[in-house]
Design a protein. Sequence first.
Lengths: 107, 117
Amino acid sequence: DIQMTQSPSTLSASVGDRVTITCRASQSINSWLAWYQQKPGKAPNLLIYKASSLESGVPSRFSGSGSGTEFTLTISSLQPDDFATYYCQQYYRFSWTFGQGTKVEIK
Amino acid sequence: QVHLQQWGAGLLKPSETLSLTCAVYGGSFSGYYWSWIRQPPGKGLEWIGEISHSGSTYYSPSLKSRVTISVDTSKNQFSLNLSSVTAADTAVYYCARTTVTRYFDFWGQGVLVTVSS
């Protein structure tokens, strides 16, 4: 399996901050990467696919970049609704695997 | 608007079989794969397996020996069976619509399945 490693595991930030989360793959996955947001007690919600394509309805303050083995999710100006856990997922090679998650907390 | 509604038994004893069903409302059923994903309490996401509308299945190697996913296209439903459960299978189980490139764009609400004697 391709291993996905996110950093940091927890991030403390304030409303209005620019936030960056990193996801690294154990081998190249080209751009076959998605990002999800999950709030407590809820199912994950797709934010980004193909590394940088914004899912319909997702605010433009979310952006993704990267290719190969290193990827980032950036929130340009953190809003109160953005405090959540974020997961990356590779879909380059079966079986599909997720990062361990990054929790964005209120500072 | 696509909506996934899932249901199934929430409390099992060790060695029993977990059974969940997911119904899909809206959108195309035939143009996608359909996945099951689980999340142990306080932990991350684990993909279990997927099925196409025609019944082709792909399972996680770590669970393959215990997993069966089936589909009922007449009802736009798909189901998960996981046999011989143990406490390690305690998790919230999600169904999800899976694109042809294999990311997950719509999810069910999740069902907590607890395995306890």
